[in-house]
Design a protein around this ligand. Structure first.
Ligand code: NAD
Length: 254
């Protein structure tokens, strides 16, 4: 690792009264969930799969929905366990200085690691629930997947017959305004903002970095590959997240 920069950031973490963290798919690759744009990413390898994540094609094409349900059945999140990065963030929370943990991930691994659900802002929703696109009814994902296993290849909403999907934000869908507002407020009210495992190419999530820096926070980026925000960062750490986060967050957490 890069010892000087790591100990510098560890000191910033210890000194900052409020730390806001933004995580992306890269924190879960060590748990066996591929990211989208990294070298082994889903879209790097299968660009055509973006159709499954676009709301207009999902609504228009039953075959897209059938394929999406098959993929949800086999999603690696169902067997994934939190990694050292998730655990280090949950441990850091006990200092009382974690302002918020905004995540672009839908896998629920922060909560599984013990992070307080009230601090986790799931900007892109969750895979652990299904939602009806007509009436908005939310159902635990396990119940809907049981119907898929039972032979329903595009299970309709039991309340109104509408099209269902995972409660995740697809391309063409708006983010939850309350969650987004809470994330921007947390970016504005911290001394240190750490972006972890994200290519910072998806807006508005990526613009949280900009907001934090403009409000006076130091930006630290923990990511293997370059990002468009690198020039704004005080320090960039590109070693594996599972090594970097325990090193910068665990000192002094008891
Ligand atoms: P991304 O795929 O665009 O970028 C991930 C970044 O993490 C890459 O730059 C990669 O180099 C880096 N990375 C991967 N493993 C790493 C490691 N071990 N150490 C250091 N760096 C590592 O991901 P994103 O920016 O989060 O955007 C992807 C979108 O896809 C998000 O909107 C998210 O909702 C969704 N997504 C979620 C999951 C999940 O829930 N786990 C998985 C894939 C995609």
């Amino acid at each position: 690792m890069m010892p000087d920069r790591v100990s510098l950031v560890a000191r910033w973490v210890q000194e900052a009264p409020r730390v806001t963290v933004l995580t992306g798919a890269g924190i879960s690759t060590e748990s066996g969930i591929p990211d989208f744009r990294g070298p082994q990413g889903l879209w790097t390898k299968h660009p055509e799969k973006q159709r499954l994540f676009t709301i207009s094609t999902y609504l228009a094409d039953p075959e897209v929905r059938r394929q999406a349900w098959r993929e949800r059945l086999d999603h690696p999140a169902w067997s994934a366990r939190p990694g050292p990065g998730h655990r280090a963030l949950a441990a850091f929370e006990r200092t009382g200085r974690l302002r918020a943990l905004a995540t672009q991930n839908i896998d629920g691994l922060h909560q599984a690691a013990g992070s307080d659900p009230a601090l986790v802002l799931e900007l892109h929703g969750t895979l652990h629930e299904a939602v009806c696109l007509s009436c908005g009814l939310r159902t635990p994902m396990g119940e809907v997947l049981d119907r898929v296993r039972g032979g329903e290849d595009d299970p309709a909403c039991l309340a109104c017959g509408g099209v269902q999907k995972s409660a995740t934000v697809s391309f063409g869908q708006a983010l939850d305004p309350e969650i987004l507002e809470a994330a921007f407020l947390a970016a504005q009210t911290c001394e240190l903002f750490i972006a972890v495992g994200t290519s910072l190419t998806v807006t508005p999530a990526a613009t949280l970095c900009d907001t934090a820096v403009r409000a006076g926070a130091r930006l630290v980026i923990v990511n293997a590959e370059p990002t468009p925000y690198d020039r704004m960062a005080a320090v960039i750490l590109s070693d594996p997240i599972g090594e970097v986060l325990p090193s910068i967050l665990t000192t002094g957490t008891g």
